[in-house]
Design a protein around this ligand. Structure first.
Ligand code: NAP
Length: 276
């Protein structure tokens, strides 16, 4: 299926690795031009090379051949005003005229809420709530004026089923979720702009590997034992892949997904135990 978004411009944040890179890859396959952002220049350049190669082989998920997309890499911290200005100001990019926005940044640390002072909360709210809102604020009116926009926020299954040690994530991301629920149903809905949240359960990325190390240190198990124990608790008996995650993101960004807005799409291999 042709997703109908070849030639559009997307800003994909946190895109040198993991879920952000999975989203960037899936969009590149659809012929979408990309501005990708992450802090570490070497990893970002490696990701950009990978994305350019995808564009060159030209095969979308639906088998269509698209023109080779442009890929521009911006090494910056997206949670800072300077980082966001760099993403919007990159030479050859669309300025603030992105058609697609994928918000993403590292998740906050785990821990006990008794140990978190105000600063820890401010950092979490800044990275996982206010940064996406700032990025949306800078792009959404242009999308509405042009009659097309797709915004996907990478949040977490913790928004739907909170995890005790992830209090910072539960709290900050729920704030974003509430904001998006109102925004998506506002005046932009009739102007071709959709806003959705994509909620990862457990996906096989560096971040997940770090949580296995944490679980192993806490329980005295090996890292491999911690990994297997987590897999066994998922009905699908495996972790998701960034490619699977990226494919969902690309569909939410498609022309065909124009009637899906204000939703929280959970991808977790069946781990959430509720009927809805
Ligand atoms: P990851 O593999 O660690 O990748 C994170 C990416 O974001 C990297 O490219 C990283 O590059 C970039 N990044 C982090 N902080 C940034 C910042 N301030 N500015 C710009 N780029 C930044 O993580 P992931 O597993 O893909 O997770 C992505 C998001 O989904 C996180 O918020 C995570 O908490 C959430 N999540 C993941 C899972 C999972 O199972 N993987 C589950 C639930 C929620 P640099 O470090 O070089 O900047």
């Amino acid at each position: 299926m042709d997703l109908g978004i070849a030639g559009k411009w997307a800003l994909v944040c946190g895109a040198s690795k993991g879920l952000g890179l999975g989203c960037a890859e899936a969009l590149a396959r659809e012929g979408v031009n990309l501005v990708i952002v992450a802090r570490t220049p070497d990893a970002l350049q490696a990701a950009a090379s990978q994305l350019i190669a995808i564009g060159t082989d030209g095969a979308s998920a639906g088998g269509q051949k698209h023109a080779k997309p442009q890929v521009l890499a911006v090494a910056a911290d997206i949670t800072t005003p300077e980082g966001r200005a760099a993403a919007f100001g990159v030479a050859g990019g669309p300025g603030r005229d992105f058609d697609i926005l994928v918000t993403n940044a590292g998740g906050p640390p785990t821990g006990d809420f008794r140990d978190w002072e105000r600063d820890a909360w401010i950092r979490a709210v800044d990275a996982n709530m206010l940064t996406p809102i700032e990025l949306i604020r800078a792009t959404v009116d242009g999308m509405a004026a042009r009659g097309f926009g797709r915004i996907v926020n990478i949040t977490s299954s913790a928004v739907k089923a909170p995890i005790d040690i992830l209090g910072l994530s539960n709290g900050a991301r729920s704030g974003l979720t509430g904001f998006v629920a109102g925004l998506a149903r506002g005046s932009i809905a009739a102007r071709g702009v959709t806003v959705n949240n994509l909620l990862p359960g457990k996906f096989d990325t560096d971040r997940l590997a770090a949580t296995h190390q944490g679980a192993a240190a806490k329980t005295g198990k090996s890292v491999q034992e911690a990994r297997l124990a987590q897999q066994a608790a998922i009905p699908a008996r495996r972790f998701g892949t960034p490619q699977e995650f990226g494919a969902i993101c690309a569909f939410l960004c498609s022309q065909q997904a124009g009637y899906i807005t204000g939703q929280n799409i959970l991808a977790d291999g069946g781990a959430y135990p509720g009927t809805f």
